[in-house]
Ligand binder design. Structure first.
Ligand code: RP5
Length: 166
């Protein structure tokens, strides 16, 4: 699998199903604001297992730096990607109808010793924080991203009022 991207600060947003996109587009919106390049792919661990292997195996040579992986239910996608590549993988648990995403959260967060997945909150909050977390990782080696992240956080700080009544 080749994405033909040269820049090294690339985030990949991958999801188990198209139905995850309404949540994971929140990651994309934050990355866009921070001027971080990203690609978006549907890679299902159980419906397209070979695509998963291909994606994870070629992630480094395609210049990906951080992978945001969202999945719901048994949610094995982030863990399987992390098992194949040693790039940092941030897992976003999707909110599900039956168990409100608790199933996804426990599945993603409970990685056994040896293969870590950085797990964020369920749903949109997690998707947004995943993008900010990816930005923090990229900031270690990219001054522009570090600066954009600092500006974003300063704006957030300034937006907090001192009183709920004003
Ligand atoms: C997972 O199954 C996906 O990540 C999604 O959250 C969940 C349900 O998928 P769909 O049935 O909506 O395609 O693989």
């Amino acid at each position: 699998m080749s994405f033909k991207i040269k820049n090294k600060s690339i985030v990949s947003i991958v999801m188990g199903s198209k139905s995850d996109w309404s949540t994971l587009k929140k990651s994309a919106e934050i990355l866009k604001k921070l001027k971080i390049q990203y690609i978006v792919k549907i890679v299902s661990a159980h419906r397209t297992p070979m695509r998963l292997v291909d994606f994870a195996k070629s992630a480094k040579k395609n210049n990906l730096a951080v992978i945001i992986a969202g999945a719901g239910g048994s949610a094995h996608l982030p863990g399987m990607i992390a098992a194949i590549t040693d790039l940092p993988v941030i897992g976003v648990p999707m909110e599900t109808k039956s168990l409100k995403g608790l199933d996804s959260l426990l599945s993603i967060v409970q990685m056994p010793f040896g293969i870590p997945v950085g797990t964020v909150a369920i749903g949109e909050t997690g998707a947004k924080n995943a993008a900010l977390y990816a930005a923090s990782i990229l900031s270690l080696n990219n001054k522009k991203i570090a600066n954009n992240l600092r500006i974003w956080r300063n704006k957030q700080t300034l937006s907090v009022k001192h009183s709920p009544k004003k």
